[in-house]
Write a protein that binds this ligand. Structure first.
Ligand code: URA
Length: 253
């Protein structure tokens, strides 16, 4: 994949005005690449590996950006919402522009009241790989239920989810048979359990809530803790985002 681009295009993409304005900026001799002044607009630069600075200030640009966000409740997974904060509103200003590889977008969605791991990236091909139903990428959720269940009932949930439970329709959303899912109760020996981890391999509308509703129960707290092999960093505060490490990114590829 080509990751070099003309320096005037990179500067324009990253908030330094139009291509013409970026060219003018280059002519002032204040732009450096790896410490050397660059004045020629069509100089090819790879922002992933080369350091671009304007007026001595190094720009934090990469071709692609990969972020994990610990989504809080009451924030919507959409780009615009008149009423609520959006997940994009939670990101630092430095992410508030296009990157050479594209625009920052969400990898899938979480309901407004769901917390936890939400990926954001500029890399559309990664998004496609992680969200395509064909790829059966796992998603693991921590669930707290309204009604505690006995050990026998807990086993029944496990079997039903493991076999693929029938989920009734919800408003305009069709009924479906969920793909086999793994349920792991937190305290299975206790007389009543209300907390579990559920791993699903698809992402239908309100899927986790509807799976438990199909068992006659209600999810009162939902938090995504992993996508594929990538786990939510337990030290990432609610509402905070950080870039993935190279090792974490490798887990998703
Ligand atoms: N399942 C749900 O019901 N809600 C979510 O936000 C994610 C999965």
């Amino acid at each position: 994949m080509k990751t070099t681009q003309r320096i005037d295009k990179i500067l324009a993409t990253c908030g330094f005005g139009t291509r013409k304005e970026a060219k003018n900026l280059l002519h002032t001799g204040t732009v450096t690449v790896d410490g050397k002044v660059v004045t020629v607009a069509d100089t090819q630069v790879d922002p992933n590996v080369q350091e671009i600075a304007v007026d001595g200030e190094v720009l934090n640009i990469r071709h692609h950006v990969y972020l994990m966000l610990n989504k809080p409740a009451n924030v919507v997974s959409s780009t615009k919402d008149g009423e609520h904060q959006t997940v994009l509103d939670l990101l630092d200003k430095e992410y508030n522009h296009r990157f050479p590889g594209g625009e920052i977008h969400m990898v899938g969605r979480l309901d407004i009241d769901t917390e936890g791991l939400l990926l954001l990236t500029t890399d559309g091909s990664l998004t496609h790989r992680l969200t395509s139903p064909k790829n059966h990428i796992s998603k693991k959720y921590f669930v707290r239920l309204k009604e505690g269940v006995s050990p026998a009932e807990a086993e029944n949930y496990k079997e039903k989810f493991g076999a693929g439970i029938e989920v009734p329709r919800e408003s305009s959303e069709e009924a479906f048979v969920a793909k086999p899912a793994e349920l792991e109760w937190l305290n299975p020996e206790e007389s009543s359990s209300a907390e579990a981890y559920l791993t699903i391999y698809e992402g239908k509308y309100h899927q986790v809530k509807r799976m438990f509703a199909a068992m006659g129960n209600e999810v009162i707290y939902l938090k995504r803790v992993a996508v594929g092999e990538l786990q939510l960093d337990p030290n990432l505060a609610s509402g905070a985002a950080r870039e993935l490490t190279a090792e974490e990114l490798e887990l998703l590829k």
